[in-house]
Design a protein around this ligand. Structure first.
Ligand code: SF4
Length: 494
């Protein structure tokens, strides 16, 4: 039984980070390594703040955890120091809690009842508890391969090895199917490998989980673009079902701002992928921020990843721009069910490391030198409004403009859906107006026996949604192949 007064006795406390000067000298994760017994004791205290609400908003629903993580249950197990049971309950709903514990922006914490009032001391540190359970699970050897006791004789191809594809593959392998994951890149992991910087999640965290999947029987093929290296005919002939988990990596470009054609202006992923490859030992990145004045356009997660990456590469300055105003003005959001919607401004550890953020501004011109390379941005204060048709419009708010140095501009303004690929053409699958692959209530696309999950279906989203969709599509494929399924299905297609 949880302590209903725990939050009155203990304040919320985040995990401590390493000093910025140290962080900028390497690519390791930003959080301080503390002695396991100290860490465990601190996290038990944090878990004891959970009230075990009668209706735990953190656990599921429109604002809580898409995976339906059993948060109050494992909070109480951690409070009591029962890491073994906590690990079991955490893995019951989440294949990869070490990924979500590090990468998820924690909608569960925003939904926690203790978020309502500052007097309550802030939400339970759910993400910290989750990551610690996951880390303790690995340290204590609690994470073991789980081999299926049945063999269905059915073969499934999963295209894409990001979190959605890996979750689907693990679930289907454990259900007894013969699963092969195809990855067009040279290494596995998709965005987890080449999109997410090491300082947020070190690749060894991914690699140990991949080793578990291999031991369970999932097969992996890298350097294979399905639809090209393996034809659609071969795919259909060799496999009884196909899961598309190809992501939504088509970066949104800026097609209107004068000067966009100048050298030195790139999409965010053109910066992040080579930087991640450099960490894997693939040589110096093609786009390096060292010594440059870096401007990042876009205030989201990807922009923050560029921010920390540029700082570590030795940028002369880093500036991140957001068209939206700095909260708390967004607290007036009328869609919010809470008296005060907590933590609207997302701040990442990278923002402590260098540089500056500017809000309610937009670049109206890129200014180049005589060699055609960007050297400045022209900035103006703006307000974002909706026009009569509901379209977003950016309205200038000042006559004044500001000229700022910019040798490297990174566009982190979102993604427009699935990249164009021969596989989709070969399968006869059309994209929606959002650039995603649609499906029916059974996750099946317009191509029979071909299913979709993750960003390819949902559009660029959170790692927790990718895992939730991967688990759900596994249930659908299992039912398609065998007529029924005991696999969980935490979410339905949108
Ligand atoms: Fe615990 Fe917060 Fe969830 Fe309530 S909403 S059960 S306090 S984590």
């Amino acid at each position: 039984m949880a302590d209903p007064y725990g939050f009155l006795k203990h304040s919320r406390a985040e995990a401590k980070k390493r000093p910025v000067s140290e962080r900028l000298g390497d690519w390791d994760e930003v959080y301080l390594d503390v002695e396991p017994d100290v860490r465990d004791s601190q996290v038990r205290t944090q878990a004891s703040r959970c009230m075990d609400c009668g209706v735990p908003f953190c656990h599921s629903g429109s604002a809580g955890c898409p995976l339906g993580n059993l948060i109050p249950e494992w909070n109480d197990l951690v409070r009591r120091g029962d890491w073994g049971q906590a690990s079991e309950r955490l893995h019951a709903t989440n294949n990869f809690p070490e990924f979500t514990g590090r990468l998820c922006p924690a909608p569960c914490e925003a939904a926690c009842v203790l978020s309502i009032s500052h007097d309550a001391g802030g939400p339970v540190a759910i993400k910290r508890v989750e990551q610690t359970i996951a880390d303790v699970s690995w340290e204590q050897g609690l994470v073991q391969p789980s081999q299926s006791q049945v063999v269905s004789g059915r073969r499934v191809a999963v295209v894409g090895s990001g979190p959605a594809g890996l979750a689907a593959a693990q679930q289907l392998t454990r259900a007894g199917h013969e699963v092969t994951v195809f990855e067009r890149d040279d290494r596995l992991g998709g965005l987890l490998r080449y999109g997410i910087p090491e300082f947020k999640m070190e690749k060894k965290v991914l690699d140990r989980r991949l080793a578990q999947l291999r031991k369970e029987g999932t097969r992996f093929v890298t350097g294979c673009e399905v639809g090209v290296d393996l034809t659609v005919e071969e795919l259909r002939e060799e496999f009884d079902a196909v899961v598309l988990a190809v992501g939504a990596l088509r970066g949104r470009d800026d097609t209107t701002t004068p000067g966009r054609e100048l050298a030195g202006i790139h999409l965010a992923m053109e910066h992040l992928v080579p930087a991640n490859r450099a960490c894997e030992g693939d040589g110096a990145p093609a786009i390096d921020a060292a010594g440059k004045h870096v401007v990042i356009i876009g205030g989201g997660d990807t922009g923050a990843d560029c921010y920390g990456t540029a700082a570590r590469q030795g940028a002369a300055s880093v500036l991140q721009l957001d068209q939206y105003p700095m909260p708390p003005s967004r607290r007036d959001d009328e869609r919010s069910p809470w008296p005060v919607w907590p933590w609207v401004l997302r701040t990442y550890p990278a923002h402590e490391e260098a540089g500056e953020r500017k809000f309610a501004v937009a670049v109206e011109k890129f200014v180049g030198d005589e060699d055609g390379h960007v050297r400045q941005i022209q900035l103006r204060k703006v307000r974002v409004e909706r026009d009569a048709s509901g379209r977003r419009v950016v309205v200038p708010m000042s006559e004044e403009v500001e000229l700022l140095p910019a040798d490297l501009v990174l566009l982190a303004i979102g993604f427009e859906g699935v990249e164009h690929m021969p596989l989709l053409d070969g399968l006869g699958i059309d994209l929606t107006s959002r650039g995603t692959v649609s499906c029916g209530s059974d996750w099946q696309t317009q191509a029979p026996g071909v299913f979709v999950c993750g960003d390819a279906h949902r559009g660029a989203s959170l790692v927790v949604w990718a895992i939730a969709e991967g688990r759900s599509v596994a249930n659908a494929v299992d039912r398609f192949l065998t007529g029924s399924s005991d696999l969980p299905s935490p979410v339905i297609p949108n």
